[in-house]
Design a protein around this ligand. Structure first.
Ligand code: 0O2
Length: 288
């Protein structure tokens, strides 16, 4: 990677880092492709969500956020990890970052798959970090993918690393709070606060589980309602046919039975009745 020596004055609170600024850099030039990558990926993923909306399918993506890391944070991370300036682009993996927020935990794997499926088009997954099944000691839960994404700018094509964090709303809420506490305590969160954070991370995850259960119930209720609606339509159609071919008394009796079953709200009885009346219609079809 090429760095340009320019008279760029950047403010930072880190004294050691000031030395590095002597060496560097036109940060604007350096960060521009990362900004492009974030903007492009965000737009592409937002378009996928629009396609979901158009087909009335549940969209696993709720919100997409994107950012380019600040120069101070890049240098802080490089220093913490002993990364030289030349290696920043290669080794600081989250200079470009996107965050995808989902409603339900199950949506996360769908989003992960969605990103893997783009392999032949634009982005390739390089690293996968599952902090949901491997919760961090802080209590942090999230799913991270480091992808390689090509941007085409004036200088030609550049393959950049981009970090995509995928998490639920409650994981995001927790991480945001914890992040600001980290900042407040300068990375040294007192033990008693850490303990509370850990237990609130568990509570947040419990909330995710509850929401998933409710989601299953909603899906089940929708399925039952649809089955009921289809069965009633079929029964009414067949009763109508019977009125044309069967004895009036017999059809009236069946009609009354149908009303009784319908009012009893017993779906099994209703489905049984649907089959019986179907057979009867078939019998009359053969007869006439
Ligand atoms: P920011 O300000 O969000 O960009 P490391 O420095 O070793 O922890 P590494 O090796 O780059 O991080 O990878 P890791 O652990 O996967 O962390 C990458 C990012 O995940 C972090 O970037 C955070 O955004 C988020 N993250 C990881 N662990 C935690 C955690 O315990 N709490 C919260 N709130 N976020 C976490 P940055 O650069 O640390 O922070």
């Amino acid at each position: 990677m090429k760095f340009y020596i320019k008279n760029v004055i950047l403010k930072t609170t880190l004294p050691r880092i000031e030395m590095i600024f002597v060496l560097i850099i036109n940060w604007n030039d350096f960060l521009l492709p990362y900004e492009q990558a974030v903007a492009e990926i965000k737009l592409k993923l937002e378009n996928v969500t629009k396609q979901y909306e158009a087909t009335y399918k549940h969209c696993p993506v709720e919100v997409i956020e994107g950012r380019v890391k600040s120069v101070g944070s890049i240098l802080q991370k490089a220093e913490k990890k002993g990364i030289s300036l030349e290696d920043i682009g290669e080794k600081v993996e989250d200079i470009a970052g996107l965050r995808i927020i989902c409603r339900f935990v199950e949506d996360i794997e769908k989003v992960v798959q969605m990103i893997y499926d783009r392999k032949d088009f634009d982005m390739t997954v390089l690293v996968e970090r599952d902090y949901i099944n491997n919760t961090k000691s802080s209590g942090y839960r999230s799913y991270h993918l480091i992808v390689e994404y090509p941007v085409v700018a004036l200088g030609g094509r550049k393959n950049l690393k981009v970090e995509i964090q995928i998490r639920t709303m409650s994981m995001n809420f927790w991480a945001t709070i914890e992040h600001s506490l980290r900042y407040k305590y300068n990375g040294n969160i007192p033990d008693y606060v850490q303990e509370r954070l850990k237990s609130s991370a568990e509570a947040a995850f419990q909330l995710d589980r509850e929401m998933s259960n409710i989601r299953d119930e909603i899906t089940e209720a929708q399925r039952i309602s649809l089955t009921l609606q289809n069965a009633v339509n079929e029964i009414l159609n067949n009763l109508q046919r019977l009125y044309e071919v069967a004895e009036m008394d017999k059809v009236n009796k069946m009609n009354r039975e149908f009303i009784e079953i319908y009012q009893s709200n017993n779906i099994d009885k209703l489905l049984g009745f649907k089959e019986r009346i179907k057979v009867l219609v078939d019998v009359y079809k053969v007869r006439y």
